[in-house]
Ligand binder design. Sequence first.
Ligand code: CDP
Length: 205
Amino acid sequence: MTVVAIDGPAGAGKSTVARTVAAELGFTYLDSGAMYRCVALAALERDASPAAIAPALTISLEDRVLLDGRDVTRAIRAPAVSEGASRAAADPVVREAMVAEQRRLLAHGDWVAEGRDIGTIVAPEAEVKVFLTANPAERARRRAAELGGDEATVLAEQTIRDERDSTRDHAPLAPAPGAVMLDTTGLSLEQTVARVVAMVVALRR
Ligand code: CDP
């Protein structure tokens, strides 16, 4: 059983990198951010507080993201949900529910898990820990290209989210002890994936 933990700020390329690394290694991919996004979406739709509803939600992360059985794969990527997820994720009640579910999943099998606190809180015993970054302008450029939208607006929203994620009391975004810092600013997806895969291969030798 191997867990690869990939943490880092918004737009560093975690999702694409983690998904591709998982596919190359035959591991299962865990997108922990999608869980916080589901909480935020449900809270927005129900006009409820994230803490009140998070423990009772059923979130499934197979090919599609299912929230209480409904396909929300696209809906959770809306900018309002990104903002809501970052707020919801600052709540310890929400985090406790999500972390418990993530640990339950990671207990069996080989995983590439991606988020903000995988190497620090969810799976500190992960065999490979990577902290993926890129400079803020590059991250905003990638995110704008991916989702459409204006780079300056994306950068402004990203800055607010980075600040909140890094300064919150509970599980603030920070590299885990022993994490390999990987700055992807000048790297292609292929180069980044190759470096992470090499870390796992080295481990197995
Ligand atoms: O894709 P992006 O990096 O923009 O965000 P995400 O990974 O989908 O996560 C959305 C929000 O959930 C982040 O801004 C964090 O506040 C929160 N999050 C978290 O606190 N802990 C995690 N393990 C994953 C996400």
